[in-house]
Design a protein around this ligand. Structure first.
Ligand SMILES: NC(=O)c1ccc[n+]([C@@H]2O[C@H](COP(=O)([O-])OP(=O)(O)OC[C@H]3O[C@@H](n4cnc5c(N)ncnc54)[C@H](OP(=O)(O)O)[C@@H]3O)[C@@H](O)[C@H]2O)c1
Length: 275
């Protein structure tokens, strides 16, 4: 099949593209900087929804850091409506089904469900990869994970599993019309995460339960958009309240194997935290 992937070079998109290519599919990989492709892989201009034409299936996610995911993805959903691919897969986030209908991600989900397209919605929990991207500076500078989670647990998921699930769902009629919450198998709190990264790196890394207001200030100081700071603070509060702890079996149902566990993730990414 030929699969259009929006966000193709990112945390989920890159492993998704790999999974599709490994399975012998063709990929139209949307990026702001289309370069030369390779057999099976064609980069297309992410600012042009029309580049989706010719795709048999379509994957959509809104890049991190942008608070209004509806404005970002609406033109691509409209384009999908016009080309009617065999399958459209939208990735949002764990728990979005509980958001009000006007919340940007929920609005997208409802529009896709109402579009008449064959679709699947993927709602992943917090990514393991946040620890080697968003939260890495504290680990490199101070050997600390700064986050306002208290001792709440989250069933973190490896983005490689999200990519593999998306590839499977994009290229099959299974799971049509379904909305799948995706999690790892074992909920962990941030102290447990710090211990596992310590074990994998040989560094002594601690978790610091920062005050939510200090967390907000640090995000603003880092230059994040004000609306995104509010969004991220809200979902961090939901984690702190225990809403990220549930475990689903959807990764196993789709892939026929257990999700990647945190020890394996920490081992695979250990070099990132060694500086
Ligand atoms: N992190 C988590 O724990 C978590 C949990 C659940 C759900 N999510 C959801 O996951 C989504 C993000 O997925 P991701 O981390 O895979 O995406 P990502 O890596 O942040 O971004 C994907 C790609 O989008 C392009 N991009 C980045 N910033 C952009 C911008 N300002 N405008 C246009 N394009 C831009 C980049 O590609 P080019 O540079 O090649 O154009 C990037 O590689 C968000 O919707 C978030 O809500 C995240």
């Amino acid at each position: 099949m030929k699969v259009y992937v929006f966000g193709a070079t990112g945390t989920v998109g890159a492993p998704l593209v790999n999974s599709l290519l490994e399975a012998g599919h063709e990929v139209l990989a949307a990026t702001r900087k289309p370069g030369e492709g390779k057999p099976g892989l064609q980069y297309v201009d992410a600012s042009m929804p029309e580049a989706m034409k010719g795709a048999d299936s379509v994957f959509l996610l809104s890049p991190g850091g942008l608070p209004d995911q509806h404005s970002v993805l609406k033109p691509y959903l409209d384009q999908a409506r016009s080309i009617k691919p065999e399958k459209t897969v939208l990735m949002t986030a764990f728990g979005v089904e509980h958001a009000p209908p006007e919340a940007p991600m929920r609005k997208l989900e409802l529009e896709l469900a109402d579009s008449g397209l064959n679709y699947t919605i993927l709602r992943p929990n917090w990514f393991m990869q946040n620890f080697n991207t968003y939260w890495i500076q504290g680990i490199l500078d101070d050997s600390k994970i700064y986050f306002p989670a208290g001792d709440a647990k989250a069933s973190f998921i490896d983005a490689r599993d999200i990519g593999a699930v998306a590839a499977a769902v994009l290229t099959s009629t299974d799971f049509n019309g379904q909305e799948l919450g995706l999690t790892g198998a074992t909920p962990l709190d941030h102290s447990e995460v710090a211990r596992k990264i310590s074990e994998a790196t040989g560094k002594n890394i601690d978790y610091v339960n920062v005050d939510p207001e200090d967390f907000k200030s640090s995000l603003k100081q880092a230059g994040l958009d004000e609306a995104y700071v509010e969004l991220l603070s809200g979902i961090a509060a939901a984690l702190r309240d225990g809403f990220a702890a549930p475990v689903t079996d959807h990764v196993k149902k789709v892939l026929g194997r257990d999700p990647i566990d945190f020890d394996r993730y920490a081992k695979d990414y250990a070099s990132a935290w060694k500086g």
